[in-house]
Design a protein around this ligand. Structure first.
Ligand code: PGA
Ligand code: ZN
Length: 402
């Protein structure tokens, strides 16, 4: 019944107007699943390759020439499908097929299997006890590789902690709005733009930017009456050169960068701090976690790249206490799950995440619920971001039986 009858792959546009892949899986019983891959810009060095030698067409061709392998396979055998993806690729890092092609196939198969069983994706993957809706973490102000003339710290975000998906996503969007008003007042003669993830971009010093975000959060917190906290994604690898972290006005060495992150967490009540150090600095992550792990989530993105081997290395020395989960960093649903499982077993919190280049695919909302992730990072506004946020509201409604 759930045997795969056909697999299609095509190019579609992502939110930056770049080509990405979309895959459709059809089963013999009429089951259907469609999934698209996102695209990173601030990518980790150890992620799997998105496409063979950067060529999307080569990845599509590679899959098309091997599609026969998938026909007749059972869509509910996710591990076998994901094993086959590795097998037809034959490399350690999906450099023949491309991790983006692999992840789109992997997710489309899971969606087709869920469809055959008449289940939502989160129910299929998470079972009947999957009921935790991750708290949304929304990017409201930024720069780094996601914008020109923005802050050096890539993302400044709002985390709403009410026990209701709608209240949380709306509160994050209110913070975004409030911040926009403040920026217009602060820069009356400038037209303030948005970065790749629809966060505001303004010519502000990093700390000044954080204060404005915190002010906006505090005002919205006052109005809504529930807890909202600030978060940061430094994406520190993107401004680390020759042993120094390069800000607008100054350079910090590794110890000074740890002190700076510690100071920001303490001074501004930062709740989540992602990639405060560059992607090879496991020891720095461990040191910072020792200092502030009781106050904040120290999240590894580029350092762990959703890879269980790298996470294992982090666990051994206490680097971080949370991990960012991006399925296309590792290439399959099964690999993603294994990393989440390892994180869970070792007390690391999980934040499922979009990429800066996105489509309206909502898989990560379902994965976030199925895998019991504490957080979901998927923007505050913007069509391709709200597609996922609105899906959370629908999932919550279904879980509550409303
Ligand atoms: P991306 O980065 O541009 O690679 O998606 C987002 C992030 O650093 O979290
Ligand atoms: Zn990041």
């Amino acid at each position: 019944m759930s045997y795969i009858e056909d697999v299609k792959i095509r190019k579609i546009l992502d939110s930056r107007g770049n080509p990405t892949v979309e895959v459709e899986v059809y089963t013999m019983s009429g089951g259907f699943g469609r999934a698209a891959a996102p695209a990173g810009k601030s990518t980790g060095k150890h992620e799997v390759k998105a496409y063979p030698q950067g060529e999307i067409d080569a990845g599509i061709k590679y899959l098309k020439e091997r599609l026969d392998n998938f026909i007749g396979m059972d869509a509910t055998e996710q591990r076998e499908i994901d094993h086959l993806l590795h097998e037809i690729d034959g490399t350690e890092n999906f450099s023949m097929l491309g991790g983006n092609v692999a992840v789109a196939v992997s997710l489309a198969v899971a969606k087709a299997a869920a469809d055959v069983l008449g289940l939502s994706l989160y129910q299929y993957l998470g079972g009947i006890y999957a009921s935790n809706i991750p708290k949304p973490v929304g990017n409201v102000l930024g720069g780094g590789k996601h914008a020109i003339n923005g802050t050096i710290i890539q993302e400044m975000l709002s985390v709403s902690l009410e026990d209701d998906a709608w209240n949380n996503i709306y509160a994050n969007s209110l913070v975004h709005k409030r911040l926009g008003e403040k920026l217009r007042k602060r820069f009356p003669d400038l037209s303030i733009g948005l970065g790749d993830e629809k966060a505001w971009v303004a010519p502000l010093d990093d700390e000044e930017a954080i204060s404005l975000v915190v002010e906006s959060i505090d005002e919205v917190k006052e109005e809504t009456g529930f807890d909202i906290r600030p978060a940061l994604d430094f994406a520190a690898s993107s401004f680390y050169r020759n042993g120094k972290y390069k800000y607008h006005e100054r350079e910090l060495n590794e110890e000074e960068q740890i002190e700076f992150a510690e100071k920001l967490v303490k001074d501004y009540g930062i709740y989540i701090v992602e990639d405060p150090l560059h992607e090879e600095d496991f020891e720095g992550f461990a040191e910072l976690t020792k200092r502030i792990g009781h106050l904040a989530y120290v999240v590894g993105d580029d350092i762990f790249v959703t890879n269980s081997k790298r996470l294992e290395r982090g666990i051994e020395i206490g680097a971080g206490n949370a991990i960012l989960i991006k399925p296309n960093q590792i290439g399959t649903l099964t690999d993603t799950y294994e990393t989440v499982k390892l994180a869970r077993e070792n007390g690391y919190a999980c934040m499922i995440s979009h990429r800066s280049g996105e489509t309206c695919d909502t898989s990560i909302s379902h994965l976030g619920v199925a895998f019991g992730c504490e957080f979901i990072k998927t923007g505050a506004i913007g069509g391709e971001r709200i597609a996922k946020l609105n899906e959370l509201v629908r999932i919550e409604e279904e879980i509550r039986g409303e």
